[in-house]
Design a protein around this ligand. Structure first.
Ligand code: GLA
Length: 723
């Protein structure tokens, strides 16, 4: 039984073979967070024994000192002096709540969330706890799902107005964990455009710390995730507690350390610039949060998130399938192409063993630069004389699949769409528009705008008979205001935008179940589980420099599996950094993602094309292992001059190890690299050299990485178990 309830002591015990999560109702009223971690049979200790400091300092309600109790759904104002998960403004203007247990239910499986992406869970169990504030009529449903095969608890919260007066929700987070001591490090993934998901670790200190986005997207700057590391935790050992969110908009991930060294970790929709009216009888559903406990360090945590993502979040025909090797024309031509140039590139790609040709930005309206035409999804006949269909037919005729770039959420001020509907963008009437990349954001909170977007996208996809779509989004949201909402509801816009986006994605992806969708937001500006639910892969970063990609992909792998990370071989000198890296290094790095090319192949010498042909054969042969094997980080580019990682097949019969150096350093010994995840009882043969090693030897002693000559050199070894 994954969820046990003992009525005599009011304890709910969620468990699988590895983890326990225990909630206890104190005084039969308040759900207290009693334990989360390695599986235990039971917790007999009484949280109440530890909760009082010096009595006179404690606020009490019903005799309970809520300010010092670890809680499951804390709210400010009735004895807890810390910030809580919920803020509900009531008819009299106050917002204190006293949420007490009413009932509970244990469900088989996992209900889907209304209007929001969520993980599946047929073989999971879900606990729903119902709480109520009698004074206001506010009702809250806390849901917890425990999986048999993934060490993650999925949580969400639903607020219902069960009273007689309208309420205004000013904060509604998805999960809160009150840790009883704060002797941890906090790890987050932060960055910028071209430098996404860099790893930052620092000690927790009293007060608030964490990451957030107020940009209307999960953002390049921060990933909706944080991990608390117990003392000594590292890649392969020690205890890690992580929270992440299945949401693509503005979010908050915060830890507050109080004077008793308790750490309150919370994650959910960003409360800044958020409010939501609830009329009597209405409800609000928060996005889903994932709580992961790993006793096996960060690598252990990542594998649980990877399993969650690939088993329960990604959907559709490509979730577990081979992915086409693609060529994208963006860095090859930018806006400067015509059909002849595209076909030349495509036929060269076909000869090199590539499967899919992707036409990027610049095929519609009169878009020769990034200053016009978004919203006018009409084929540019100057560049494509017979339109998308003509090009698509020729690409298909070459034996390639055809893919198309779209940026459906945006509108250029210089577009027919804008001239016809100037009010369809997010704007404040009477104020000057704030542009970014010369564009504005369509107001997806409005039904007529959503309908336009769905129709325009589907029409272009049908016209182009496309096999793949790159769904881009190149600016964040600011100057919040919608003509579709009255003044009292403007702070609903951020979340309504994301709900509108999800509705569009559901409509489009279900209309084209056999099309592969890749999400993109100026590279990795919306790399989150929410987008992953609709689209199984995402362009990891606009930075295609292999050396920088080592960091970006290493950071991204904290949460997301290799099969989600779009990664391409691009030209040298690299267009973002000017760096020159060897072709093999660029390929080896791209192999730890969904593999493709983004350069003008027609300009390469024959020897390089020959090497590309060989690399493509290798990627195709090894794709199941590369994309769907167990991924282990071995050497961090954030800690030294090397990056190393490996993938191991599920049955441990083969592995591929990649090691990449930074700038060359003279007079260094060859590296000895201990491996992970192999079967200690098996022997493995290095396919290239024929040498045989024991699995135990490779993990305990290590594999010698040969000395290399030159900057940014990569070594890749394919190990196969000897029968
Ligand atoms: C964004 C994407 C790029 C490319 C351009 C086109 O920056 O991340 O890959 O598609 O838009 O304008």
């Amino acid at each position: 039984m994954p969820i046990l309830y003992s009525p005599e002591n009011h304890v709910f015990h969620l468990q699988n073979a590895n983890i326990s999560y225990i909630i206890r109702l104190v005084a039969g009223k308040y759900p207290i967070h009693q334990y989360w971690g390695r599986r235990v049979r039971a917790i007999h200790a009484d949280a109440m024994e530890r909760c009082c400091t010096q009595e006179e300092e404690n606020f009490t309600l019903h005799g309970l000192p809520l300010d010092t109790l670890p809680q499951e759904c804390p709210v400010y104002g009735c004895g807890d002096l810390r910030q809580g998960m919920l803020e509900v403004r009531q008819a009299d203007g106050s917002s204190a709540l006293d949420l007490c247990y009413v009932s509970h239910e244990i469900l088989k499986g996992k209900p889907a969330l209304k209007g929001l992406p969520s993980a599946r869970g047929d073989d999971a169990e879900t606990l729903v706890l119902r709480l109520q504030d009698e004074h206001s009529g506010v009702e809250v449903e806390l849901s917890y799902t425990v999986y048999p095969d993934v060490d993650v608890i999925a949580r969400n919260l639903r607020v219902i107005n069960g009273g007689q007066f309208p309420l205004v929700l000013e904060k509604a987070l998805s999960a809160c964990v009150d840790f009883e001591n704060a002797h941890e490090q906090l790890m987050t993934l932060s960055g910028a455009w071209l430098r996404e998901r860099q790893i930052y670790t620092r000690p927790l200190t009293p007060g608030n710390q964490g990451v957030e986005s107020v940009r209307g997207a999960s953002s390049h700057q921060a990933c909706p995730f944080m991990a608390l590391l117990k003392p000594g935790a590292a890649e392969d050992s020690g205890e890690v507690y992580a929270l992440s969110l299945c949401y693509s908009g503005s979010f908050l991930a915060n830890v507050f350390v109080d004077s008793n060294d308790m750490a309150r970790a919370q994650i959910g929709i960003q409360p800044f610039q958020f409010s939501w009216e609830l009329k009597p009888g209405e409800d609000f559903q928060t996005p889903e949060a994932y709580l992961c406990y790993s006793p096996n360090g960060l690598n252990g945590m990542s594998r649980e998130f990877h399993h969650l993502c690939s088993r329960y979040i990604t959907r559709g025909a490509f979730a577990h399938a081979a992915r086409p090797l693609l060529i994208n024309n963006w860095e090859a031509t930018y806006f400067n192409f015509n059909e002849e140039k595209l076909l030349e590139l495509a036929s060269c790609a076909k000869n090199a063993g590539i499967d899919l040709f992707v036409l990027d930005d610049g095929w519609f309206g009169h878009r020769d630069l990034d200053n016009c035409s978004l919203g006018d999804w009409v084929d540019d006949r100057r560049k494509l004389p017979e339109g998308l269909r003509g090009l698509s037919d020729r690409i298909h005729g070459l034996g390639l699949k055809f893919g198309l770039w779209l940026e459906p959420e945006m509108i250029s001020p210089d577009s027919d769409l804008y001239r016809a509907h100037p009010d369809w963008c997010i704007h404040i009437p009477g104020r000057m528009q704030v542009e970014s990349r010369n564009q504005l954001v369509l107001d997806l909170s409005r039904k007529e705008v959503r309908e336009y977007v769905i129709d325009a996208v589907c029409a272009a996809m049908e016209r182009g008979n496309v096999d793949y779509v790159k769904w881009d989004m190149n600016r964040n949201i600011n100057m919040l205001h919608s003509d579709g909402l009255d003044s009292a509801h403007q702070k609903e816009l951020n979340h309504r935008y994301i709900l509108g986006l999800y509705e569009i994605l559901e409509a489009v992806t279900s209309r084209f179940p056999n099309v592969l969708f890749e999400s993109c937001a100026g590279g990795g500006g919306r790399f989150d589980f929410g987008m992953m639910y609709y689209m199984p892969q995402a362009w990891c970063s606009d930075d295609s420099d292999a050396f920088m990609r080592c960091r970006i992909q290493y950071g991204t792998s904290m949460l997301f599996p290799v099969s989600t990370m779009g990664a391409h071989v691009s030209a040298v000198p690299n267009h973002q950094t000017g760096r020159i890296t060897p072709l093999f290094t660029r390929a080896a790095v791209a192999m730890s993602g969904t593999y493709g090319y983004e350069l003008d192949l027609t300009k390469l010498p024959e020897e390089e094309l020959e090497e590309i042909r060989r690399l493509n054969e290798k990627v195709k042969a090894l794709q199941p292992l590369l994309l769907y094997g167990e991924f282990y980080r071995l050497r961090s580019p954030f800690e030294g001059n090397e990056t190393a990682f490996m993938s191991v097949s599920e049955d441990q019969s083969e592995a591929i190890v990649t090691h990449v150096y930074g700038p060359a350093q003279p007079n260094m010994l060859p590296v000895l690299l201990p491996l992970r995840g192999l079967d200690p009882e098996k022997d493995y043969r290095d396919v290239e050299s024929g040498r045989i090693y024991g699995g135990d030897e490779l993990m305990s002693h290590g594999l010698t990485i040969p000395r290399t000559w030159g900057d940014y050199m990569a070594t890749q070894l394919h190990l196969v178990a000897v029968k």
